[in-house]
Design a protein around this ligand. Structure first.
Ligand code: SAH
Length: 453
């Protein structure tokens, strides 16, 4: 097969990234934005040793899973990969992908419990829009820093697009420049909005390449008018570095208190521009509830590793005997301590450290734990940490929350070799229409567990 070849092919599978897959001459051909059951005319755009990438130039037969695409920038913006198939079909694909990965990488032969899901539209509570030269907000194109203007993203709350309109009008009225990534010149870098979806409170922040901005009173008054009482705070976030990290470290609060407050599983959670908080609050509640159901923390000593702002542990702290949360980012630990106090929780302690180091320190302090929750970033846990958990703490239960099922599968295999058994696991769709899915797994100390290294 060579570049620019064209042929007709059936799409028979889909990858984790959402690309359709077919076979031609025994070679796998990946075709974005197609669905299992499509018959397509493919134009080959890239040839690798054992596979090719193609583009569907014509869809000859439509899959029964297809639905009408409802976003004008679908396939251009880097966000959604599944707007062309029904949400039901997407959930089935995610369920299957989680099960296959757990079996292939983890050697886990039990099937997943049915995937948990909620709204597939407007579920996000945070947006970071880059701004183009015309003051138009948007999102970056796939694998690029080219800005695709987006009027109204269907994953974001409706109000966010109204805030974007107000920003554009303000920038034009006062001739405020846009930051240019190449030259490092210009002022406004990103529009950053967060919404506490349980209380409807909204924070608007502008990330600027300067230490002050003119005429912000005008913008703040517009926002008060269009958002009403839900508009709680306006912040300038200062980022004068030549970097593609979005937020700088310094915030200047120009209206309100610099934070909004959400409610998550009955706890009040304070969110500032830099706080880590799950982007889908409603499904985070369901995920944490499942984690609690698996862990059964009542009257137990629980270790919450990779705790962020402490939201998992705090959600069942009142039932548990004690909670120890560990997290590497100091600001997140400050938030966790604040949130504990805000909710009258006195049995939680938070440590700012690398999870593996903290686990060793706690072990050397002689701390005993009955259950461990792990919620690491995509790369998963270090093998050393899994050893300390399995051999030194040896809790009855380990609950592992993961945003990458491949590293989850790798890590549960290691824990199984150390005497734990995966009893159950559940995919939870925190990110509908994108390729991402969360999984929560329960591991129980097996009958054959023997403390050994
Ligand atoms: N449990 C939290 C956060 C999960 S995200 C929640 O549900 O909101 C993963 C967290 O792990 C992030 O907050 C990240 O800062 C933290 N982290 C990353 N590497 C770490 C490490 N080596 N040790 C401890 N925490 C780490």
């Amino acid at each position: 097969m060579k570049k620019n070849d064209e042929f007709i092919m059936d799409i028979t599978d889909v990858t984790a990234e959402g690309n359709g897959v077919g076979r031609y001459d025994g070679i796998a051909v990946f075709v974005p934005n197609t669905a299992v059951g499509d018959k397509v005319k493919v134009h080959i755009v890239k040839v690798k040793k054992n596979f090719c990438f193609g583009k569907a130039v014509e869809i000859i037969e439509l899959s029964k899973d297809r639905v009408e695409e409802d976003c004008p920038v679908f396939t251009k913006c880097g966000g959604c990969v599944y707007r062309h198939i029904s949400y039901d079909c997407e959930l089935k694909l995610k369920q299957k992908r989680v099960e296959e990965t757990m079996r292939r990488i983890g050697g886990i032969n039990i099937l997943a419990s049915p995937i948990l899901s909620g709204d597939d539209k407007r579920y996000r509570n945070k947006a970071q829009y880059p701004i183009d030269d015309g003051g138009e907000v948007g999102f970056f194109a796939v694998h690029s820093h080219r800005i695709i203007p987006v009027k109204d993203c269907l994953l974001q709350p409706k109000e966010f697009s109204v805030v974007a309109d107000a920003l554009r009008e303000y920038m034009q009225r006062f001739s405020i420049s846009t930051y240019n990534e190449e030259s490092g010149k210009g002022i406004v870098r990103h529009l950053y909005i967060r919404k506490a979806t349980a209380t409807n409170e909204i924070m608007v922040a502008l990330v600027i390449n300067a230490t002050k901005l003119n005429n912000t009173d005008y913008l703040i008054n517009c926002l008060k008018e269009i958002l009403g009482k839900n508009f709680k705070t306006f912040v300038l976030n200062i980022n004068t570095e030549k970097t593609n990290v979005i937020l700088g470290k310094e915030n200047i609060v120009l209206y309100g208190d610099g934070y909004i407050t959400d409610i998550l599983r009955d706890n009040k959670i304070r969110i500032n521009p830099l706080s880590f908080y799950q982007v889908n609050r409603n499904m985070a509640e369901i995920l944490y509830k499942k984690a609690e159901e698996y862990l059964e923390p009542d009257n137990k000593n629980i270790l919450d590793l990779y705790c962020g702002a402490g939201t998992i542990g705090l959600s069942f702290a009142k039932k548990a005997k004690s909670i120890i949360g560990v997290e590497i980012i100091p600001e997140a630990i400050e938030d966790a301590k604040f949130n504990a106090k805000l909710n009258g929780i006195e049995n939680a302690r938070f440590i700012c450290a690398d999870a593996s180091n903290a686990a060793k320190i706690l072990r050397d302090e002689g701390i005993t734990v009955d259950g461990v929750v792990l919620d690491p970033p995509r790369k998963g846990c270090e093998a050393e940490l899994l050893s300390v958990i399995a051999y030194d703490f040896a809790p009855e239960k380990i609950v592992y929350v993961s945003c990458d099922v491949a590293t989850l599968a790798r890590d549960v295999k290691i824990l199984e070799e150390k005497g734990y058994k995966v009893a159950e696991y559940t995919p939870v769709d925190l990110f509908p229409r994108t390729s991402h899915v969360e999984t929560v797994a329960l591991l129980i100390k097996g009958e054959s567990y023997a403390k050994q290294r």
